[in-house]
Write a protein that binds this ligand. Sequence first.
Ligand code: 13P
Length: 281
Amino acid sequence: MSLVKMSELLHSIKDNSYAIGSFNVSNMEMAMGAIRAAEKMNAPIMIQIAEGRLRYSPLELLGPVMVAAAKYASVPIAVHLDHGGTMETIKLALDIGFTSVMFDGSKYPLEENIKLTKEVKALADGYGADVEGEIGKVGGAEGDYKEVDIAITSVEEAERFAKETGINAMAVAIGTAHGNYKSEPKLRIDRLQEIAAVVSCPLVLHGGTGLTADDFHNCIRNGIKKINIATASYDSVARYIKEMISAKPDANYFDISDAAVKAVTENIVKHMEIFGLKNRL
Ligand code: 13P
């Protein structure tokens, strides 16, 4: 049994030398690929599904698969709801046994974001689960959500948001965006440093796909403790399956299933190595 809480993983990081990877999954094969990657790396991992992707993978079905995958893994796994937008979905994730939920209130004015995030925190506390909030706006869109422009997190707002909500992790907007970058991202490491200097709550980097190893290292050195990767895994699965079918036109369902697991494992191992996670048990 190795289902753990996000806070356990994030608080085990004693210096700025590595960060926990949190990888989006959309089906059993992707969950298996993620767990296999973590076991290969001998390191903890987080797996997550975003509310904006539930059209393809209903939480009632995928959620129990994710929790079971974590329980049967030999390494610590936290199971997380990414970009929760409604109380209904957040409560469902907690009922299923997710150990943390994100409430993404970044589209609301500050006061409203604080108020709603506090409500989610009170609900999650009743389950002994953790909460991630977001302040500022990470660009792009996660699944069915509307595309948004980047709004860099203000230091004052970050400080107030962390203090008043009591959240366990805080997503900050420092120039990243969800999805593949259309132009080179301009990371505000200066802003990350300013936020990290006044906020003790672990900081989360969204929009990891497309950043360079140097970008990741720079963010980790300056206080990022959790890094989200989604698009790179989805793209890796699509590419592997297309390549496999062009090399083997008579591929059957099980060949495709295997290719999906391998594609996710390969992408996650690559990112976990960059995040400094090898043998971090
Ligand atoms: P990417 O799709 O850019 O990797 O972003 C993932 C993410 O931040 C999920 O919340």
